[in-house]
Design a protein around this ligand. Structure first.
Ligand code: ASP
Length: 432
């Protein structure tokens, strides 16, 4: 008798997502204008949507986030200390940063060009209903100074990724230079790494349910009228995101490494569903890292470094939203931007992405910096805030794909890619 085929985790997550969206849509329709349904004195919005779905969703995201700091630190220490030649770190870091920065610049440039052609804000007469508080953009020198922790424990407590990366690299190099005692501690770190990765697979098992509640809550509360009002902006951002995902990345991957783009996109499905549901590339690090290692064959020496770095500094999807949003806001307010303004936008957005963490809504904070640089009214952000959540989710999926694509290119060029794993179509799920 043949055994029933186990449904893959990717499919289960997908089913959870669609089922959640459907439940949300039904509740949204049932709640109607009033935004709630009270049955026998019990408010469904308070108890089911905000209460049950909200609490379970938060627990799911927390269980991923709790892994980020230990995983990044432990795996980066293992990765660095296992490098046969620590001086390789320089070329590895250099290549990753150059690729991350260039893909972001390509992303925002294509977004600006698309927005200038389609002109999503022309003829719109919108007024901002809310206000948006601006954060000061950090000076470039400060971004570099801030990478060095004065207190590594504090960096971990704050989840400051760049500081954790710097400390882990120094620690890992010192381990590899410390002879026998270094060896002993390294073995302990290797074991710890396995344990943390085990927790990642455990959390992955509950992902279909986590994704279900997140989607159900989101789709219950979503304002469809807002999306329709901004349809041109919304769909243009979506189009450029999909274009970057399905055209720019494949072309870059093929031309820079010769690897199969189809395989990359196929193997990224699970990580993308994840990133989409939780809208945070930071919180997705455990899943992105496991994907890079186990499905794409990027060796730990490269993935432990490029993935957390990418989650922090590489935000192509976010840059795309900023490109379209800047042109959109300029058009709504009737401001003409010059070529040098656009160059300024590209530069500021690229640099801002280095200094801003990959968390939900980070893109809007970066957008405020960009608008300020070119003298556009920052209140313009209030115009697009209503449709940002769905776009945030989509761009996060693009961001994590970019992280993995760069990891593959760097690994291939450093001889740290297991192409048997990369090309094996049967590796579906992440396991430890
Ligand atoms: N949520 C995005 C990320 O974590 C950042 C953003 O675009 O707001 O990658």
């Amino acid at each position: 008798m043949t055994k029933p085929r186990k449904i893959s985790l990717t499919l289960r997550i997908f089913i959870g997502m669609i089922a959640g969206a459907l439940v949300g849509l039904i509740l949204n329709a049932a709640f109607g204008e009033s935004g709630d349904l009270v049955i026998a004195g019990v408010s469904l919005n308070d108890n089911l949507v905000d209460g049950l779905f909200g609490a379970l969703g938060q627990i799911f995201i927390a269980s991923l986030k709790m892994l980020v700091v230990p995983l990044v630190f432990i795996s980066l220490v293992c990765g660095t200390s296992s490098l046969s030649d620590p001086s390789k770190l320089g070329s590895l870091g250099g290549k990753s940063i150059v690729l991350y920065v260039s893909t972001t610049a390509i992303a925002i440039s294509s977004a600006i060009i698309a927005a200038l052609i389609i002109a999503p804000g022309e003829g719109l007469n919108l007024t901002a209903e809310t206000t948006f508080n601006v954060k000061e953009s950090p000076a470039l020198s400060q971004v570099f100074v801030n990478m060095f922790p004065t207190n590594p424990i504090n960096a971990m407590a704050q989840g400051n990724m760049l500081q954790i990366i710097v400390f882990a690299i120094i620690f890992g190099i010192a381990l590899s230079l410390s002879g026998e005692s270094g060896e002993r501690i390294k073995r302990g770190f290797d074991d710890l790494n396995n344990v943390v990765m085990k927790i990642v697979t455990m959390v992955m098992e509950i992902a279909p349910y986590g994704v279900f509640v997140l989607m159900a809550k989101l789709f219950t509360n979503i304002g469809y009228d807002t999306i329709l009002g901004l349809a041109k902006y919304f769909f243009l951002v979506l189009f450029v995101l999909v274009f970057h995902w399905l055209v720019t990345y494949p072309v870059l991957l093929k031309s820079l490494s010769g690897l199969s783009p189809v395989m990359l996109i196929k193997k990224m499905r699970q990580a993308c569903l994840f990133a989409f549901s939780i809208a945070s590339s930071s919180a997705s690090i455990p899943v992105t890292m496991a994907t890079a290692r186990q499905k794409l064959g990027v060796q730990p020496s490269v993935s432990s470094f490029t993935i957390p770095l990418g989650a922090t500094i590489n935000m192509d999807g976010t840059a795309i939203m900023q490109g379209v949003a800047t042109v959109f806001i300029a058009q709504v307010y009737g401001v003409d931007l010059s070529v040098s303004d656009f160059l300024m936008v590209i530069m500021t957005a690229t640099l801002a992405s280095i200094g801003t963490a990959g968390v939900p809504g980070a893109g809007l904070i970066m957008l405020a910096m960009v608008l300020q640089q070119v003298g556009l009214p920052v209140e313009g952000i209030a115009l697009i805030i209503g449709v940002d959540r769905l776009l945030d989710m989509t761009r996060t999926a693009v961001n994590v794909t970019g992280d993995c694509m760069v990891a593959c290119i760097v690994a291939k060029s450093e001889g740290e890619l297991d192409e048997n794993i990369f090309n094996d179509p049967k590796i579906e799920d992440i396991k430890v």
